[in-house]
Design a protein around this ligand. Structure first.
Ligand code: SAH
Length: 355
């Protein structure tokens, strides 16, 4: 079968054989990308209409105990000025976001032991109490099952934890000893079992990534059936061991996005900041290839430049308000309407509120 026939097969069977995924990633061309992106965009339009879900992201700490080779806020980066937002700062970001109409808050940070289970659950509890109509999404890395359960009990309902790669050796080449794919997978399984809407994902074009690895990523997602998938190009950061590695390609990222949409028609797939950083129109292209979420940054202006996961991150020089305005305009330019509701899409285009 040629690649376009394989894409059709994926659309009807929602799975491909390992070799078939491998063939696509080894041999795709611009026409295959266009074919996949159009199909993915049609699937999104059918499920979600011309609507894009906005989620406000609050980057509440850049302190991290991990030393991931790709990440600008890794523990070993002594050039990174560290910050932590306290409970009041975080609640203030939520209040500002709420005033702009946001009904989902994403709390993301490094793996920072300062935020103990009690502390972070207290914050989540306060947000869900003060904003009962809002969803809280967490993205704070690998934790014990008890910790995840406590976050759920405090009211968080979604968790983003990219698997980064489904190949153990590749995982080991991106992370220092002490971090292993096995424990990442344990976390993802725990999160799903607890009842979180769970997000996995990868950086496209991360160092050493092969077609074989991408095939494994697609197979993992076929089996895991994540509710959300985070996909962006790898972008080097000057203070990391991967400073001289090439950035991932935008087109390849769009291909992975499109294939993921065809594989998982109901998934929430953000058009990421990394995609918008790699190319000015990256986020619009992401939407036209199947993404249905964008995540404007609600972090306070003073800390934005300090949450530099990679060089050149867009949006760090503008206020939350300006960032929201820019993203809204970008989406309207391609004919999409921005929606700020919780957007719990699970069944056939209806969210939990029955909208
Ligand atoms: N500590 C949290 C949040 C990490 S940052 C966690 O571990 O989940 C969120 C994502 O940013 C990471 O999962 C990674 O895939 C992505 N990221 C980190 N460094 C990057 C880089 N240099 N280029 C592109 N994406 C990067």
């Amino acid at each position: 079968m040629n690649n376009r026939e394989l894409i059709d097969k994926l659309n009807s069977e929602h799975a491909l054989l390992h070799e078939e995924w491998g063939q696509i990633f080894d041999t795709w061309d611009a026409y295959d990308l266009q074919y996949a992106a159009r199909l993915a965009n049609c699937i999104s339009l059918e499920r979600f209409g011309r609507k894009i879900y906005f989620r406000g992201i609050i980057e509440f700490t850049n302190v991290c105990k991990n030393d991931c080779y790709y990440c600008g806020i890794r523990a070993g980066n002594s050039n990174c000025a560290r910050y932590r937002l306290d409970e009041e700062d975080i609640l203030k970001c939520c209040a500002d976001g709420y005033a702009h109409g946001f009904r989902t808050f994403v709390l993301q940070g490094g793996e920072d032991p300062y935020y103990t289970k009690e502390k972070i659950c207290g914050i989540v509890h306060r947000i869900t109490e003060e904003y009962p109509d809002c969803a809280v999404t967490m993205s704070i890395g690998e934790l014990d099952r008890d910790f995840y359960q406590a976050l759920y009990d405090a009211g968080a309902r979604r968790y983003l934890l990219r698997h980064e790669t489904a190949d153990a050796e590749h995982y080991a080449s991106l992370h220092p000893a002490g971090m292993a794919l096995e424990s990442r997978m344990r976390c993802l399984k725990d999160l799903k079992e607890i009842g979180f809407q769970t997000g996995c994902g990868i950086m496209v074009g991360s160092p050493y990534q092969t077609s074989e690895h991408l095939a494994k990523d697609m197979e993992f997602m076929t089996e895991f059936q994540p509710e959300m998938v985070g996909l962006g190009p790898f972008i080097p950061h000057k203070d990391t061991p991967f400073r001289d590695e090439p950035a991932g390609s935008v087109d390849k990222t769009l291909l992975v996005i499109a294939l993921t949409r065809i594989l998982l028609p109901d998934a929430l797939i953000p058009s990421t900041t990394a995609l918008g950083t790699a190319e000015a129109e990256g986020r619009q292209k992401g939407v036209l290839a199947g993404c249905n979420v964008v995540m404007p940054n609600l972090s306070p202006m003073e800390v934005r430049k300090k949450y530099m996961l990679y060089d050149g991150k867009v949006g760090t020089d503008m206020s939350a308000e300006a960032g929201i305005r820019t993203l809204r305009a970008q989406m309207e330019e391609i004919g999409y309407e921005v929606v700020v509701t919780r957007g719990d899409f699970t069944y056939h285009g209806r969210n939990q509120a029955g909208e």
